[in-house]
Design a protein around this ligand. Sequence first.
Ligand code: PMP
Length: 406
Amino acid sequence: MSLLDKFASVKPQLKALAATGRNPFAVTFDEILSATEGVLDGRPTILLGTNNYLGLTFDAECIEASRQAALHHGTGTTGSRVANGNYADHRSLEADLAAFFGRRHAMVFSTGYQANLGMLSTLVGRGDHLILDADSHASIYDGARLGQAEVIRFRHNSPEDLRKRLRRLEGRRGGKLVVVEGIYSMRGDVAPLQEIAAVARQYGADLMIDEAHSMGVLGERGRGLAEAVGVEDQVDFVVGTFSKSLGSVGGFCVSNVDDFDLLRLVCRPYMFTASLPPAVIASTRCALSRLAVDTGLRARVGANAKRLYDGLSRLGFDVGPNVSPVVAVALESREVAVSFWNALLDSGIYVNLALPPATPSNHPLLRASVSAAHSAEQIDRAIEAFARIGGELGLVWPQMRAVAAG
Ligand code: PMP
């Protein structure tokens, strides 16, 4: 009898996956050559599943900033900001973020996961109500579990269902917080934020948006969906991550609420963990300043996203309702998805394989994420690989391949 016996059912599933090719949960790159290329099993591979939306991981200025920070301030902070002290650069990064989002306050966490864990478990507590989109990221669900609020889910992207849930709460005591994402991480679809904000406001609920996948991608200044659709003044809290458009690691929350800084003394995922190391802070600040001034990055990731989305939908693939840098092909069968994913890797294309139950609507997904750094030729090679393999697996008709090529 082992404590791990309860996970015994995972073993045959992994074995079955391994029998059809690689283990999708243990992909190991021999080398990363650039923001868009790596080496996998000795083969040059196009990275099309890394959330590196602006391609800044190899930005020379950011690497140099990071190097200088390590040289001058050491490799790590070796403690929490509350117990062991802040570095001036933590404060500077928070000031940069507040300025970027046009908000009074910012708080930096060691990951985006912890930002959600921290904010959701402290903003609402016993007697309060946390109203989540059903397709929320795991970090949002885990934040809900860590806190004491009543958790209510509404149908994905449905302002009507949200209204129904909030109406039922009318007259009940306690605060209400509605949480949505800008671009949803698995399907790449976008929240109907104007409608959701209007409903939240009508029923007196606060609104939080996780802009993890939309920061740097949407909005005139790259602030995300709330900026793009003009409702920033109706959003009370914005959370996000440094691990996507900013090419490093870490998370944040920005807000205009009074007394925001009190959270630093009650928010356990902020207090009881080591703060970000100097090198990470430096590259993040550098990437944020690039994001703010280089609108070309946003234009390029947008154009690449459209190229891939259009190419795959012309082939007849179900790529979801919105063009965004997350382009996910929904397939019917798990077996076909696994074979397809392995064949793409054999052709030098790396995308993510997402399998139910970890996917919305229980469809297996081949999830690509597009970068500003991809060349049109790399995107076209990916489309061609999807066309060829889709044809071999009986998913793409020859006529469609011709249309896509034309
Ligand atoms: N929120 C969303 C919507 C995400 O997709 C992710 C990561 N995939 C996170 C939060 C967590 O971010 P991090 O990787 O910084 O922990």
